[in-house]
Design a protein. Sequence first.
Length: 330
Amino acid sequence: MQHLSDKLGRKLPQMIIPLVMLTGLILVPNLPTWITLTIAGLAMGMMIFIMASGLTLVFGLMDVMNFGHGVFIAIGAFVATSVLLPMAGWMQAENAALNLIAIGIAMAAAALVSGLLGWAFERLIIRPVYGQHLKQILITTGGLIIAEQLIHAIWGPEQISLARPASLRGAWIFGDVAVEKFRVIAVVLGLLIFIAMWLILNRSKIGLLVRAGVENPEMVETLGYKIRRLFIGVFVAGSALAGLGGVLWGLYQETVSATMGAQLMVLIFIVIIIGGLGSVGGCFAGALLVGLMANYVGFLAPKIALGANILLMVLILLWRPQGLFPVASR
């Protein structure tokens, strides 16, 4: 009986997403609407995962509470906007290849600039407060505020439009079901990033060294590897992912603003707490849950969409205080 109970306890977290989808199917009036909302929720979840995955990596591998993570999201979106404005001809062309090349260049630029900013952020702000969580929270929040003011100085205080390319506008129609093209691209890209992160962390030498460095940094240093460089690489990669996610979110909203990163941090922290601090798989599951809940509840009762995700977080923590998929070493 105990063995059966333990097995069920391990399986239940994996069943949460299907249960939420099934509940949505029961509550939403008709099947085509449910399918549209589900795809929209999965797309939103994938975008949140891309933005949140860097933060959960930084916390899980470096034990850093970075409340300034939102700045990388905003910078990525603004850099992409600056890159895409001169490429308006490519963006408005009816040629899908030109559209995707333009988006690819903007994403690459956003990831590069966000990664470089992450390197400077770690060196100037994070490094002096390693191992001091309260100081990390205070100093990274201050860094976020300063960075928002710099964005105002460079790009101005107003929102900037970021229109989707011609080939990603509109939707594919399957009977009574409408599937937005951009949401499908977001789902595919999110899956690819999740698979790549899982393979790197679990099937590569770099992933092995990083995980070993978390457990026993002295041993890794003894073997001749610079653990500090590995961790800086993790921080830079996490910042680049946030910038990439910012581009997707900007295209999703079709506007960018200096405060977009700070506004998204609420959802990002909900995702990380639900999934389990430091768990990439948990972050992925938490992001999908938040995306689905936001769309189902937003359709049924728009005024309580954010409150529903907070309630979901509270219920999950009452059940599993360390989140759905906690890192074993924490």
